[in-house]
Structure formats: C-alpha cells, structure tokens
Design a protein around this ligand. Structure first.
Ligand SMILES: *[C@@H]1O[C@H](CO)[C@@H](O)[C@H](O)[C@H]1NC(C)=O
Length: 342
C-alpha cells in the first residue's frame, strides 16, 4: 500500500536542491555494488529469494488495463526543472512517447508490472501518458495535509481545471513540495495510494500521493541518496543521485513504487498479499529497498555508476538516468528489474 518505514530516527539534513537542465551521462557505465550500511531499522518487508513466504493473490478486482491517463497535481512550489525530471520519468514508461532508451530502461522496468492481469486476462497497460496538469501554488488547503484533505486538494484541482472523469483508466498523482508536511510522512510513509470518495471528489477514482522529502527526511524517503546520521559517522556515505536533486531523485523511486501498485491494485481489491485488505502488501512493497542483483539484507544490490559516481539503474527518455526499486514479478515469483546481471 505504502512505503512503510519504521525508521524512528530523525536526522534533519539540509540538502540543496540544485535544478540542472537535462544531463546526459556519456561515460560508459559500470555495475557496482555500493556497500551501504544495512538498512536494518527500516521495516522493509522484503522477501527477495524466498517466494514461499509470499502469498500474493488476485482478489478479482480491476487492474489498469486501458492506456493509463495520469492527472498530475503539483501542490506547493515546484521548479520547472523538478517538474521536467518527474515528467521525463513518467513519460519514459511508455515507449510510444520517445525513442527507445538503451537497456536497462524504464519501459523495460514497467514490463514486470504489465505481467499482471485481471480476471478477463487483460494485462496492465504499457501505455502511460500525462493527460492533464494542475498547479496549486497557493497551497489551497494549507501546508499540512492529512489523508482526508489530500482528497480536498484533488477536488479543488478537479473543479478548477476541470479534469475529465476517466473511469477505468484515469489516476490522480498528487506531488507535494519540499515544504509541505503530510500526515504520517517520514514517520510511516513516503507515499501511498488509495481511491477518492464520492462525498469528497464526486466519484471514485484511484490516486497516489508522493512527497518531496528533501528537507524533511531524505535519509528515510530518499535513501540511498541520504543515509541516517547514526550510519554516517565513519561509515559509508550516501550515493550520488543521478539528477543532482536528492529529494526529487528519491521521489522517482517512490512514484514508481506507487504507480506499480495503483496499476495492479487501483481499488485495493486486485493484487495484494496478506489477509487484511486495509493493510495490504503489494507488488512494490515486496521489493522495497532493492534495486539490483544481489540486494537484500540491507544492500540495494548491483546498480550502475557513471564516471563521476552518479548512481542509477534505469535509462529514460532524453538521456535521463533514474534509480528505481524493483517490482515483484508474478512470473518469476521474485523481485525483478531489467538491470539484473545473470
Ligand atoms: C500478460 O501477462 C501474462 C501473464 O503474466 C504474460 O504471460 C504475458 O506475456 C503478458 N502479455 C503482455 C502483452 O505483456
């Protein structure tokens, strides 16, 4: 359901959020295994390699099998370059939007998600587009949001824009800026997804929220681009983000996690593990913190690094690089990603 992190330490670090233009990393990449300290204090229900423990089942509800229309809601103050970075990631999922990026690519990463089907055998769509955008620069519902007032933000966006009601293939993606606090953000979640209530928004539609943790808790929600203070002293440091923005580069993986889960469990009655639908373990949760082969036990696994040490595992459109967690494959019954090394 959400990125659940039980890290109880709060170590506030100020990170500059430089906003570079699109950068292309031309140096031949190499795989490496960053020796980050074990992430033992994050709950991370990881099940890599032990599929016997995973009871992922289909509960007969819909998946997003038609081309997926994302309605982006930018809450708070966002720079143009931050918006371009996030949109480049979203548009990298569908190969229709760009010339195919070199392998391992974001589109190949989504291929694992597209292996999930509904009861008619229809696969999750590989086509994702940004169908609309709304900027709420004036914090229409304040600088602190709750799970419920996030729906008021959606209602405001829907009324102001107006966004069409895309039953069956529309989702709202609400992104909060670095200065917005959200209920449970940093303490328990980095993002979550659910669906709107008719009483709030007028109808039921899936949505996902992800916050920029860059100032509030990068060591929790932008890991491994920031590491907790208690791990930093004398030990290995954080990895360098691929786009020089700890908060937003960290959001990319959380956005990927939530999108994979919205697509496979949009109304929380399709693909999840566990008996309790109010606290489901979903296809992103199962692989949280895992980015490459050999990961687990606190290590993120084999990823790539360019000549100046920027860390990534996926290529996207316009030469972009991203570091995105792996997703549980229903075929392999294991976490999978296109940067797997055999
Ligand atoms: C649809 O999902 C099935 C089952 O996971 C898979 O075997 C098949 O390759 C998928 N088809 C497409 C077009 O992705």
């Amino acid at each position: 359901m959400s990125l659940i992190l039980l890290l109880s330490f709060f170590f506030f670090t100020q990170y500059g959020t430089a906003s570079p233009a699109v950068q292309t990393l031309n140096i031949k990449p190499q795989y490496f295994n960053p020796k980050l300290p074990p992430r033992t204090l994050s709950s991370s229900k990881k099940f890599e390699g032990s599929s016997d423990l995973v009871d992922l089942r289909y509960h007969m509800g819909p998946v997003l099998s038609s081309p997926i229309n994302i309605y982006l809601i930018w809450y708070g103050k966002w720079t143009l370059s931050q918006q371009l970075l996030i949109k480049d990631f979203l548009l990298s999922i569908s190969t229709a939007n760009h010339r195919a990026a070199p392998s391992p690519s974001v589109a190949e990463w989504w291929r694992t998600v597209s292996l999930y089907t509904d009861q008619t055998g229809a696969n999750i769509s590989r086509s994702i587009l940004i169908a609309g955008e709304y900027s709420d620069r004036r914090y229409s519902h304040g600088t602190h949001l709750t799970r419920l007032t996030i729906q008021d933000v959606i209602a405001t966006a829907v009324q102001s824009k107006p966004f069409p009601v895309d039953h069956g293939n529309g989702i709202y993606l609400i992104l909060t800026s670095v200065d917005v606090t959200v209920q449970d953000f940093c303490r328990a979640v980095c993002g979550f997804h659910y669906f709107t209530f008719p009483s709030k928004v007028g109808y039921t539609l899936p949505y996902a929220w992800v916050g920029n943790s860059g100032k509030q808790c990068p060591e929790v929600c932008a890991y491994p681009f920031a590491v907790p203070g208690y791990m930093g002293g004398g030990g290995p440091g954080a990895l360098t983000p691929p786009n020089a923005d700890v908060g937003v580069d960290g959001m990319i993986s959380v956005i990927g996690h939530e999108l994979a889960e919205v697509a496979s469990n949009p109304l929380v009655n399709a693909w999840y593990a566990g008996e309790d639908p109010s606290a489901p373990t979903e296809i992103g949760d199962l692989c949280e913190g895992l980015y490459g082969s050999g990961g687990g036990g606190g290590y993120i696994g084999l990823v790539m690094s360019d000549g100046v040490g920027r860390t990534y595992n996926l290529n996207g459109r316009r030469g972009r690089k991203f570091l995105v967690q792996w997703i549980w494959s229903p075929v392999l019954k294991a976490c999978a990603g296109p940067n797997a090394s055999d």
